[in-house]
Design a protein around this ligand. Structure first.
Ligand code: F6P
Length: 341
């Protein structure tokens, strides 16, 4: 078979390990041939491919980003759609697609599968918000990067007796904030799932300060304070019409400073969390998912994605990952909250 691979949506450490796992297993076990589509669905819609022989994936599992490039192109727009894609696949002799991406990618893949295309999926998001998989690769790396950065904020905060606010990724869910906040001993963790008043955050900050600590607040970019209706956004919309988030920490800093009298600084970690080498956990997970995606193709499990269930890789329908975000459950927040203040 000739299999096309694409990486789509925001990039994520581990994408290259998925590609390598799929290509190596496909070639070594089944004698498949591989091509990569450049820049996600854009390459699929335009029939823009690059050959993926074995030497192309040599040593790439430790490499950040994606060797194929990515985009947030919607395959149903930009002169795309199932007929155009089917025509390209026929012309290029491609039998099946492996789509590596988040909710938007998988939703598009499901629509294309419904239209008759042969597609299997590999879930991807640093936010860890996809349902039907215990963890997504990239999340562990993002938490690790955030933890290292927040540890650094901690020492400068202690030296100056300041309150430090670290803003991490997390559009709809607070997994990165919860884990990085817990790992760094944050005095408050603010996540999209939990509406919290600024007064409550100020109380936690003052409690920590009164014990002689430099207060540390970790906030997810999608956090909505209880007086607001939507997450802070001042950077326009992305290609899918979603508000570009970022900057809530800069809003919180003066509000907390006014309430507590403690000099407060905000740091937005942003895309640093998605860059650079994946952790060993993410490399292993991504490699196994890539290899399992080959099983999905061989077994003609079109319309399914590979996923992590405990320590096993399983196959689930696209539907189970769509429409339902994996949010931080109340008991996980309550557990963390015991340590606030
Ligand atoms: O969906 C993952 C994510 O990292 C979000 O946390 C963030 O809002 C978004 O991607 C940013 O994406 P970009 O700036 O690359 O469009």
């Amino acid at each position: 078979m000739k299999i096309g691979i694409l990486t789509s949506g925001g990039d994520c450490p581990g994408l290259n390990a998925v590609i390598r796992g799929a290509v190596l297993k496909g070639i070594k076990v089944h004698g498949h041939e591989f091509v990569g589509f450049r820049d996600g669905w854009r390459g699929v819609v335009e029939g823009d491919i690059v050959d993926l022989p074995r030497q192309m994936v040599r040593g790439i599992s430790k490499q950040g980003g994606t060797i194929l490039g990515t985009s947030r192109t919607n395959p149903f727009e930009a002169n795309g759609g199932p007929e155009v894609i089917t025509a390209h696949m026929g012309r290029l002799g491609i039998d099946a697609l492996i789509a590596i991406g988040g909710e938007g990618t998988l939703a598009a893949a499901r629509r294309l599968t419904d239209a008759g295309l042969k597609i299997v999926g590999v879930p991807k998001t640093v936010d860890n918000d996809l349902d039907a998989t215990d963890y997504t690769f990239g999340f562990d790396t993002a938490v690790q990067i955030a933890t290292e950065a927040i540890d650094r904020l901690r020492t400068t905060g202690e030296s100056h007796h300041r309150c430090m606010i670290a803003e991490v990724m997390g559009r709809h869910v607070g997994w990165i904030a919860l884990h990085a906040g817990m790992a760094t001993g944050a005095h408050a963790i603010l996540i999209p799932e939990q509406k919290t008043s600024i007064d409550q955050v100020a109380t936690w900050v003052l409690e920590a300060h009164e014990r002689g600590r430099a207060p540390l607040v970790v906030v997810a970019e999608g956090f909505v304070p209880d007086h607001a209706d939507s997450p802070h956004s001042e950077r326009g919309l992305d290609a899918f019409g979603r508000p570009r988030l970022g900057g809530i920490a800069d809003q919180l800093a003066p509000a907390l400073e006014a309430r507590t009298g403690i000099e407060t600084r905000a740091t937005v970690l942003g895309h640093i969390q998605r860059g650079g080498v994946p952790t060993s956990f993410d490399r292993v997970l991504a490699t196994r998912l890539g290899m399992a995606a080959i099983d999905s193709v061989v077994d003609a499990r079109w319309g399914t994605m590979v996923s992590l269930n405990g320590t096993e890789i399983v196959h689930v329908p696209f539907e189970s990952a769509l429409g339902n975000l994996k949010t931080v459950p109340q008991h996980r927040y309550d557990e963390a909250r015991i340590l606030f203040g």
